[in-house]
Design a protein. Structure first.
Length: 356
């Protein structure tokens, strides 16, 4: 069953409810600061201590892992003039991916996809607040994310990471979330190939269940990937000054990746729809094969039953219309021979007609 999260009808706008799956867990606050020559990465227990080290002359990446503490989110919103409706969308983890411009910052919602500890595919909402000197990212849970490669580049100073501003960091994180689609899609493609082989050889209910799981997850990935085009297109055409032209060039490459992902997802969805037809056709073919065998067996036994019925009437009188075979010494063997000849003849006839 697909669960839909929503506020009760009549709830006032910008009403904040904690993320239920993260309630009771303390969010993890991380501040990453850097410029061309320096880099630091620290974890904090509260937001006030974090803001004490905020440096407007550097790029400040504030990462909040966990949405169970509404008071913390209100502190963040008050400090950076974040609109209450944007904060409500952060807590609404079924929010459609989008981008909105507020005074002084961009608000971006997207989805992060990665394999969890059990090898299953996890989908998690990720929110960005991009300002001139800061980038705030908020995710649903603590633990694993897909940004380790970005952190590694920042620590080592490789590439353009430390030489550019917060807009380039936002691009790098968006690019990391988009690139994560490719290995997941590769895994789904391999799974679909296995399902296809099973459908052609021996379709089962388990195969059908796996096929439905693949279709459902592709639908979820489609929901996450299609709005990415709008997000990236808006950022590429930015006229607010928050996205530098040099970063827009990188965002165009990111846009190309999103289009490629959408094409792959649509191809896989068409393939799974075709496999559903293959499954139904395979079941119909197997049923027809079974019915053909049963029909042939029934057709062979019909004349044999007729012969056995005639000889089983046991007329043994002195009437001139009596069955002479009843007193024949080899009548039993003759009856079996006739029945065998009829069966063999019918089998040869069926083969000649290519019914067998």
């Amino acid at each position: 069953m697909i669960k839909i999260k929503y506020h009760p009808p009549g709830t006032p706008p910008a009403t904040l409810h904690p993320h239920t799956e993260g309630s009771g867990k303390a969010p993890v606050l991380t501040l990453t600061q850097y410029d061309e020559s320096t880099y630091s990465e620290k974890e904090f227990g509260n937001f006030a201590d974090l803001m004490a080290e905020f440096d407007p002359l550097k790029v400040n990446w504030i990462h909040v892992a966990g949405l169970g503490d509404v008071s913390l989110l209100k502190e963040v919103a008050a400090q950076f003039q974040i609109h209450p409706l944007a904060l409500e969308d952060v807590l609404n983890t079924t929010q459609r991916p989008k981008v909105e411009h507020y005074e002084g910052h961009y608000f971006i919602v997207t989805e992060m996809i990665y394999p969890d500890e059990k090898g299953r595919i996890a989908v998690e909402q990720l929110s960005f607040f991009l300002g001139e000197t800061f980038l705030i990212t908020l995710r649903e849970e603590t633990g694993r994310d897909v940004f380790e490669a970005v952190r590694s580049r920042l620590r080592s100073g490789r590439g353009y990471s430390r030489a550019k501003k917060a807009d380039y960091l936002a691009y790098a994180l968006l690019d990391a979330t988009i690139d994560q689609f490719f290995p997941i899609l590769e895994s789904i493609g391999e799974n679909i190939e296995d399902i296809e082989e099973e459908l052609l050889s021996k379709p089962t209910k388990e195969t059908l269940r796996q096929l439905y799981e693949a279709k459902r997850f592709l639908l979820q990935m489609r929901r996450a990937s299609w709005p990415l085009r709008e997000i990236l297109n808006t950022l590429i055409r930015d006229d607010t000054g928050l996205i530098f032209q040099s970063t827009q060039i990188f965002l165009r490459d990111c846009y190309d990746h999103s289009i490629q992902i959408i094409d792959i997802i649509e191809s896989f969805r068409d393939l799974t729809a075709g496999l559903m037809d293959v499954y139904l056709s395979s079941l119909g073919y197997r049923t027809n094969e079974i019915m053909r065998v049963l029909t042939v067996v029934s057709a062979i036994f019909i004349p044999l039953t007729f012969i056995a019925g005639i000889f089983g009437m046991n007329f043994n009188t002195d009437s001139p219309f009596n069955m002479p075979e009843l007193d024949f010494r080899y009548g039993y063997l003759m009856c079996l021979g006739i029945m065998a000849s009829v069966a063999v003849g019918m089998i040869l006839f069926f083969k000649r007609k290519k019914w067998l």
